[in-house]
Write a protein that binds this ligand. Structure first.
Ligand SMILES: [Zn+2]
Length: 205
């Protein structure tokens, strides 16, 4: 940006530009919007960001984002502890909860295996899942709900192999086809997601 732009403005534009889906133009528009609006609104945004960083952590059981550890799902006695649904991102948990049908627990991987971007199994929360299942947890089924993509499929296969090394009693299933290919689970509509959950199949060799 030109030297006519104050440095504090440039800094916020740069920060916005680093967010997914926000290009330089949108970043500048957001920044100038905040300059025009009341200072209360801008300070509320700043306070919300600080609170987000200071008050959230990952659940030590399921690795979802939470303010209390273990999270409200992991500590909910009404949930079915014999089933764990494995998803790539916290937003996928929200998508599955929206179906209002699934009653089991979750495990959030925080990504998918992607060799092109240098993301291997150790960068994900897969070992945490294996430990959970291996530590006498009453798991009977693991539903792998990774995205329908090369990365999601590779991650599902890896998880199945890894789980088989800690327990041969656990059924590893995968959501039925019908979900948008290449799309994130979070964008699937509730009916589609419900159908994919109900039509899940055991992963075989
Ligand atoms: Zn949890």
């Amino acid at each position: 940006m030109s030297s006519a732009v104050p440095q504090s403005v440039t800094r916020l534009v740069d920060e916005f530009s680093r967010l997914p889906g926000i290009g330089p133009k949108t970043a500048a528009r957001l920044t100038y919007y905040l300059l025009r609006t009341s200072s209360e609104q801008s300070l509320a945004l700043a306070a919300a960001l600080t609170e987000l960083v200071e008050n959230t952590r990952t659940c030590s059981v399921c690795c979802n984002i939470t303010e209390s550890d273990p999270c409200s799902v992991c500590t909910d006695d009404r949930r079915n502890r014999r089933v764990i649904c494995v998803v790539e991102e916290p937003l996928d948990v929200i998508a599955i909860e929206r179906t209002a049908t699934y009653q089991g627990l979750y495990h959030v991987l925080h990504g998918a295996i992607n060799p092109m971007e240098g993301i291997g199994p150790t960068e994900l929360k897969i070992e945490e899942l294996a430990q959970r299942v291996g530590a006498g947890h009453p798991t009977e089924e693991i539903i792998v709900a990774t995205n329908v993509s090369l990365e999601g499929d590779a991650t599902a296969s890896y998880i199945r192999q890894r789980i088989k090394t800690v327990s041969d009693k656990v059924r590893v299933t995968r959501l039925a086809r019908g979900l948008p290919v290449g799309g994130d689970l979070e964008y699937a509509d509730t009916i589609t997601l419900l159908g994919a959950l109900e039509g899940r199949r055991e992963m075989l060799d």
